[in-house]
Design a protein around this ligand. Structure first.
Ligand SMILES: Nc1nc2c(c(=O)[nH]1)N[C@H]1C(S)=C(S)[C@@H](COP(=O)(O)OP(=O)(O)OC[C@H]3O[C@@H](n4cnc5c(N)ncnc54)[C@H](O)[C@@H]3O)O[C@H]1N2
Ligand code: MOO
Length: 406
């Protein structure tokens, strides 16, 4: 493996983006099933929400000019026409010195200017009300289309539907939603020392950690991860499992065996496929250098470093931005924090550094966690990470940095 010939992260990402333009399939699902799915087309509202003028309080709908001088010491007497019923079209129109009782959410008369809360009114009898307050135009009223306008684009293609969006879509009478079918991501762990979840720990063997982190990472991206049982460092076994995974999945990730050790078989396995092409053998990322980017049978096959933290950061740095670009998603959110440490790095490789954040003296500060890439617990507890440009020689205490939150 040519690990000296490493490729910058941005260049590696460009290669992936330009080579693997996924043929995304779409399906129509019920509104509830669109939760956490990516939209396959823009959604436009056919209706105004609300489609009628409604009151936001329990009170009396009035005209501006009739109550202009109303106050507690000088209440205005209005004729009560009746009550607007919830869910019914309001059948009243206001004339001079008239009002209508409207409960919260009910339709108000078309020509009412405002609704005065009942706390400011005194109902004398079924026909008369004293109003102790004037009204502003549109006070306590939601106008037609104030929430959602007819023909408004509610969401663009690629948007990931969240729980609040479900409410918007329900309100806009959208019953079925066209979404992208989930991409299936195959996860293969390799290594003579790797045990699957049901095997007892023995000798110098360890449990498969990477498959489970990767599973969580892809679930969080709302894809469909599929864990295969770990495979030993045996070329034929790796090739056979790869064949199965390539057949069953849209993207295949193979962790371990990407480096230069004599048993590192991932590259050989990839190259054994007739229809394969290796684009990258090592990226300028720390941790994460031993990463292979290849195409097998026109599918993206990535060899990930075996160290769990490195494996996870390659996915964060390379695969997640690619997935985001496929679905036209927004970039990951970050917060700006003050770095609390003088951190030195060598030029030439981008570095990803896990950090914890805290509030101190009204400032949000962050501190790196010093965790070896072969360990996992500290990493699991951290709040996020920063990326240090390959040209930089470090970050100084007091520098402002972007922290990408997990
Ligand atoms: N001579 C060199 N040695 C190493 C280099 C190097 O450049 N020259 N790079 C180091 C770095 S950095 C990393 S990262 C690892 C990557 O190695 P591989 O991708 O080939 O992975 P393995 O050798 O198979 O495993 C490395 C390490 O990770 C553990 N591992 C592997 N898979 C899993 C898993 N599914 N769950 C938990 N832990 C896993 C494995 O047991 C090893 O301890 O290479 C360095 N060496
Ligand atoms: O790159 Mo290794 O992936 O530094 O731990």
């Amino acid at each position: 493996m040519k690990l000296f010939d490493v490729v910058n992260v941005e260049d590696a990402l460009s290669i992936i983006k330009s080579t693997f333009i996924q043929d995304l399939k779409v399906e129509s699902v019920n509104l509830v099933d669109s939760f956490n799915r990516y939209l396959a087309k823009d959604i436009v509202s056919d209706i105004n929400v609300p489609h009628f003028r409604k009151s936001t309080v329990d009170g009396y709908a009035v005209r501006f000019e009739d109550v202009i001088s109303a106050s507690t010491s000088n209440p205005t007497k209005l004729k009560l026409l009746g009550e607007s019923q919830m869910g019914q079209v309001c059948k009243f129109d206001l004339d001079e010195d008239e009002c209508v009782y409207v409960p919260t959410g009910a339709m108000i008369p078309l020509n009412a200017h405002g609704v005065i809360m009942m706390e400011y009114c005194d109902k004398l009898n079924d026909k008369e009300v004293y109003v102790q307050k004037n009204t502003l135009f549109n006070e306590n009223i939601v106008e037609v289309g104030e929430d959602i306008k007819e023909d408004e684009i509610l969401y663009k293609k690629g948007h990931l539907i969240n729980e609040r969006d479900l409410g918007v879509l329900a309100g806009a009478n959208i019953k079925d939603v066209l979404v992208y079918k989930d991409l299936v991501v195959g996860i293969i762990s390799t290594g003579d020392e790797i045990l699957n979840i049901n095997e007892e720990i023995n000798d110098a063997k360890i449990k498969d950690i990477n498959a489970y982190i990767l599973y969580g990472q892809f679930k969080k991206m709302n894809l469909n991860p599929k864990i295969y049982p770990p495979v030993k460092d045996n070329l034929e076994d790796i090739i056979n499992l790869m064949k199965q995974a390539i057949n069953e999945c849209d993207i295949v990730l193979i962790s371990g065996g990407s480096s230069v050790g004599k048993k590192d078989e991932t590259l050989k396995a990839i190259e054994s496929f007739k229809n394969s092409k290796v684009f990258v053998e090592g990226i300028a990322l720390k941790p994460g250098k031993p990463t292979i980017i290849s195409s097998v049978e026109n599918k993206l096959v990535v060899g990930l470093p075996g160290h769990p933290l490195s494996c996870a950061f390659v996915v964060e740095s390379l695969i997640k931005p690619y997935i985001n670009s496929l679905f036209e998603c927004k970039e990951d959110k970050y917060i700006i924090c003050e770095f609390e440490y003088n951190y030195h790095k060598s030029k030439g490789r981008e570095e990803v550094l896990a950090v914890n954040i805290k509030n101190e003296n009204n400032k949000v500060i962050c501190m790196p966690i010093f965790s070896k890439s072969s360990t996992i617990k500290q990493f699991a507890k951290c709040d996020g990470y920063i990326r240090i440009n390959r040209e930089l020689e470090g970050v100084n205490k007091g520098d402002l940095v972007k922290v990408y939150l997990f």
